[in-house]
Design a protein around this ligand. Structure first.
Ligand code: B4P
Length: 198
């Protein structure tokens, strides 16, 4: 079984950006719940149509919807080579369910990378809003408007930030300084993953 890595961080912290490089370098499967939900929406599946209502409003889709999607995906044979979870878990309930499904197979996560952007919420918000408004200009993503971005950040602080304490207890949480340039962030991540034995 390959390396099992999780990215936790606010919207716009660079999870998707860094994930591309990591999965290539370490041969991992990239599972971005945001990408999976957008693909389901575009394919007009029942899960995708349900998810769109939440995503366009900057809310999280219900835990039971996303947990089922991920647990089923991790049971596929290609997950054996190791994976990077990008955007999942996003709530403590999702993290607990993931731990339970791994424990049932005698497995656990190797590392949780906490992609933080500055130490104060004020500086963080300013930078994340700037990045996502900029991305919205070219991506056409319906949730990259300033109003929805602020809503997503609020949801992050209330529902996802508690994951940091949850994972601190596990002892394999590492903080990455996501305010640095893209190559500098990549170097921090690589220095951690290079030292993981699986
Ligand atoms: P996601 O698609 O996961 O979106 P994200 O948090 O906005 O992206 P990310 O942090 O990956 O930012 P990126 O690298 O692109 O989620 C979208 C929605 O899906 C959620 O709001 C929710 O509704 C739903 N959802 C997903 N998972 C869920 C779950 N588990 N439970 C419930 N709901 C779920 O970077 C952003 C921009 O910054 C880019 O333009 C990039 O170029 C730039 N950038 C990156 N790194 C930089 C750096 N170091 N310096 C300067 N700019 C940088």
């Amino acid at each position: 079984m390959g390396m099992k890595v999780v990215f936790v961080g606010p919207p716009g912290a660079g999870k998707g950006t860094q994930a591309e490089n990591i999965v290539k370098k370490y041969g991992l499967l990239h599972l971005s719940t945001g990408d999976m939900l957008r693909a389901a929406r575009d394919a007009k599946t029942p899960v995708g149509l349900e998810a769109e209502k939440y995503m366009s409003a900057g809310q999280l889709v219900p835990d039971e919807v996303i947990i089922k999607v991920i647990v089923e995906r991790l049971a596929q044979p290609d997950a054996e080579r190791g994976y990077l979870l990008d955007g999942f878990p996003r709530t403590v309930v999702q993290a607990e369910e993931l731990d339970k499904s791994l424990a049932a197979k005698g497995e656990k996560l190797d590392v949780i990378l906490h992609l933080a952007v500055f130490d104060t919420e004020e500086e963080e918000t300013k930078e994340l809003v700037r990045r996502l408004v900029e991305r919205g200009r070219t991506s056409g993503r319906s949730d990259d408007t300033e109003e929805v971005i602020r809503q997503r950040l609020d949801v992050y602080h209330k529902q996802t930030a508690p994951l940091i304490d949850y994972y601190k207890k596990s002892g394999n949480l590492v903080k990455i300084h996501g305010e640095k340039s893209i190559p500098e962030v990549a170097a921090q991540v690589e220095s951690i993953l290079d030292n993981i034995q699986v």
